[in-house]
Design a protein around this ligand. Structure first.
Ligand SMILES: Cc1cc2nc3c(=O)[nH]c(=O)nc-3n(C[C@H](O)[C@H](O)[C@H](O)COP(=O)(O)O)c2cc1C
Ligand code: SF4
Length: 708
């Protein structure tokens, strides 16, 4: 058995730098931000991460890795400045009192250690915060309900409230500097900040000096910026993050009004950070918006100020970034998701390795961390959120203690990532794929409407595998348990995926449904394989999966001319996509495509030409006509090969096989992100000592108070 070369450093495994493409030089020019200098134009804009005040060291290390990866400025997420701005149950940053300073200071320290400037986004969430934890009454410009469905109303702030808010903000600025931050944000974006609520006609119904004409509505923002500039007093820089158009027409904040705001406050901050619309628009997925989709809304703003401007647009292409600078839209390339998918994006461009960028696919799995108050995760970057608690680095990985021969069966997302990371560790890997092309489910799904960018999950890994001499890849190579045993490799990883069920079993029904003999029921796998209902058929797509696939397949079939009804027991189609910020757009797209949406109903039986639907609330059963059913419910792991290998356990020793492991969907069907993570985890842990009863990661346990 081979052993790892002594003293080999994992970092050495990165390809040697090539000369940087001179067209990208402009991205590496330093930019002055007030008294600060950003070392280049790469700017990680504020983004939350589901770790915030709860998992402080985890967040700090995640930010540090980005700084190490070349981002000139790395910011926190929104940081609440007071208990009346309490986003519980979301886990954001907190700077309510001096007690919170050490936690945010750790984040600033980590960013500095990585070599970047540290930015902090202070926020009073105004009528966006229901204050479920603190039980404070929310504060807004007007007596209006908070913008979620919580049964909570904000009260209109008095002059005293406004004076208090300004004091809280000032105190938070002081604490930010004390914590070591270089750049302090005043936030008026995403409809999530009190300063924006005051700016916007939609929320500001006042008739005092803070309401009515724009000059009054912008007063609170101006005062907050002035206070911040005064408090910072040249010891750092001040940024304003501003929504440049609420995209709600004349009833809300318009681009014309923002032109006036920026024109008026032009030189007050040291940096302008522009975003467009609400969060769903700003962090739009690739299913709905291409790269650089916000730029048309920003044009002309940079000319109103001499201060540098940062903006976003899921930028992963260096050429597009250069275009933003050359055409005078942006000075700094803002990124949240591209920095999550590839924290080393700037360094890769700098090293002439743009092809190695792990491009964001625009799926918003990262957003679901924040939405579900769980640590951030990423489809493309399995190390995201694991930098501290598991000690994972996105580029470096410990060399194998002792290089083994591993055969990975199945080149879907789990198998590809396992093979890539195993190869990076120096194992000898054989990757066998039964299909002619690599990619598994990602290949099929990325051919569906709007999901083309998801192919990057495959493309990136295939491209990386090509640079790993220890990995051999064989497509069109179905195999058997006997052949695998005969191969005599040390480890066998089975990543053969899963198949969609056709019997209705899922969340609602855990036993098969009655299906009449010969009644056509298709699964997503059938559609991937090109099978279709009869031309012009009426299709009932039953979605008990609730993520994207049911909606996407309904869109596909409607686009092909079928009469499509989508039925789901949930109150929304693709209900889980509220967490990816897509739910509204999905309903709209399906309605516009002529798909009938039937919510609160589960499929109860399939007859020839008709289905029975049961009301999720009353249990009443109704009948509807349908020529064909497409069932998107649950999947069964494809464990045939794995089971055969387990059944032959008594022969493993004879063939030198030490472990057989099921990975990804073959182990338990899940998201693509979960499959990539599973493949990566397998590769990281192979051959490493482990406590079988340990939890496998570090936690930061809250210190108990002495006052008890
Ligand atoms: C997971 C996630 C969390 C975010 N949290 C914040 C936040 O706390 N404050 C903020 O101003 N913007 C937040 N955003 C918006 C981003 O700053 C950014 O404007 C948006 O994602 C578009 O940029 P991108 O295409 O580079 O991701 C968040 C975005 C993501 C993806
Ligand atoms: S989870 Fe998806 S959208 Fe978010 S950074 Fe990763 S690839 Fe991009």
């Amino acid at each position: 058995m081979d052993t790892a070369a002594p003293g080999r450093d994992a970092a050495d495994m990165s390809p040697a730098p090539a000369p940087r493409d001179p067209r990208h030089d402009v991205l590496f020019e330093p930019v002055a931000i007030g008294p600060l200098t950003a070392r280049n134009r790469f700017f990680q804009v504020p983004h939350c991460n589901g770790m915030g005040y709860r998992d402080v060291s985890a967040q700090a290390r995640m930010r540090e890795v980005k700084a190490e990866g070349g981002w000139a400025v790395v910011c926190t997420e929104e940081v609440e400045i007071h208990p009346s701005s309490d986003l519980t149950p979301s886990i954001e940053g907190r700077l309510w009192t001096d007690e919170d300073v050490p936690a945010v200071a750790r984040v600033a320290e980590a960013i500095h250690r990585g070599g970047a400037l540290a930015g902090i986004e202070l926020v009073h969430n105004g009528m966006h915060a229901a204050n479920l934890g603190s039980r404070e009454v929310p504060l807004g410009p007007s007596h209006l309900p908070v913008d979620s469905t919580h049964p909570v109303q904000a009260r209109a702030m008095t002059a005293d409230d406004i004076a208090r808010l300004r004091r809280w903000h000032r105190a938070a600025v002081r604490r930010s500097l004390q914590a070591g931050f270089d750049l302090v944000y005043v936030y008026a974006g995403h409809g999530m900040s009190g300063a924006q609520h005051f700016l916007s006609r939609r929320y500001n119904l006042r008739d005092d000096g803070y309401g009515g004409p724009l000059v009054n509505r912008m007063r609170l923002l101006r005062e907050l910026v002035e206070d911040t500039v005064d408090e910072v007093a040249g010891r750092g820089a001040v940024a304003v993050r501003l929504c440049v158009d609420e995209l709600t027409g004349a009833g809300g904040l318009t681009r014309d009004e923002v032109t006036e705001v920026v024109g008026t406050l032009a030189e007050l901050p040291d940096l302008w950070d522009f975003m467009v619309g609400d969060w769903a628009n700003d962090s739009s997925t690739s299913r709905f918006s291409p790269e650089a989709s916000h730029s048309e809304h920003l044009r002309g703003l940079r000319a109103l100020t001499t201060k540098p401007v940062v903006g976003v647009g899921r930028f992963t292409s260096p050429d597009k970034m250069v275009d933003q600078v050359r055409t005078g839209v942006l000075d700094l390339i803002g990124a949240a998701r591209p920095s999550i998918a590839d924290p080393f994006l700037p360094n890769k461009i700098a090293a002439g390795r743009s092809d190695d960028i792990r491009e964001c696919i625009g799926c918003n799995i990262c957003v679901t961390g924040d939405m579900t108050s769980s640590p951030i995760r990423c489809t493309q970057n399995p190390t995201m959120g694991e930098e501290w608690r598991r000690g994972w680095h996105p580029e470096r990985i410990a060399p194998a203690r002792s290089a083994s021969r591993v055969v990975v069966v199945g080149a879907g997302p789990a198998g590809l990532e396992a093979a890539r990371a195993l190869g990076q560790r120096g194992h000898r890997v054989l990757l066998l794929e039964a299909g002619r092309e690599l990619g598994g489910r990602v290949l099929s799904e990325s051919r569906l409407p709007g999901l083309r960018a998801w192919r990057r999950v495959v493309d990136h890994r295939v491209q990386q595998l090509a640079g790993l001499p220890g990995v051999e890849v064989y497509p069109a190579s179905g195999t058997t348990a006997e052949e695998l045993l005969e191969l005599g490799h040390d480890h066998i990883a089975v990543a053969t995926g899963a198949r969609w069920r056709a019997d209705g079993v899922g969340r609602w029904h855990t036993r098969p449904l009655p299906v009449a003999d010969g009644a056509p029921v298709l699964t997503p796998d059938d559609l991937f394989a090109g099978r279709r209902p009869a031309a012009g058929a009426g299709v009932l797509l039953y979605d008990d999966d609730h993520y994207y696939l049911g909606g996407v397949l309904a869109e596909l079939l409607a686009g092909e001319g079928y009469r499509v009804t989508i039925a789901t027991p949930e109150p929304l189609v693709s209900a889980w996509t509220v967490h990816t910020l897509e739910a509204r757009r999905i309903q709209a797209r399906l309605l516009r495509a002529g798909v009938a949406l039937v919510t609160g109903r589960a499929l109860a039986a399939v007859h020839t030409g008709a289905v029975e639907l049961v009301c999720a609330y009353t249990g009443d059963v109704t009948t509807a006509t349908a020529d064909c059913v497409v069932a998107v419910t649950a999947r069964t792991p494809s464990t045939g090969l794995y089971d055969q290998l387990l059944a032959a356990r008594d022969r493993w020793d004879d063939h030198g096989v030490r472990t057989v492991t099921a990975l990804g969907d073959c182990h338990a069907p899940g998201t693509i992100a979960a499959a990539v993570y599973a493949g990566h985890k397998y590769a990281r842990e192979l051959g490493e000592p482990a406590d079988p009863d340990g939890i496998g990661f570090r936690r930061e346990v809250t210190a108990l108070s002495d006052a008890f």
